[in-house]
Write a new protein. Structure first.
Length: 53
C-alpha cells in the first residue's frame, strides 16, 4: 500500500476518467482506478518521505 495522495489532480487517468471529482468529500477518496501520474514531479514532502525510508 502506498502513501500517495489519492486526488484526481495527480491521477494518471484524469483525462479519460468518468468518475472525476464525483467522490464524497466528507472522507478520504477511495478510487479503485487511481494511479499516480509518474510524469508529474514529486512533491517536496514526498521526496523527504522517500529519503527517510
Amino acid at each position: 500500500m502506498t502513501d500517495d495522495k489519492t486526488i484526481c489532480a495527480v491521477c494518471a487517468w484524469r483525462k479519460d476518467c468518468l468518475k472525476k471529482f464525483s467522490f464524497d468529500t466528507s472522507g478520504p477518496v477511495k478510487c479503485a482506478d487511481y494511479c499516480r501520474d509518474l510524469t508529474l514531479p514529486a512533491d517536496e514532502a514526498d521526496t523527504e518521505t522517500g529519503r527517510a525510508r
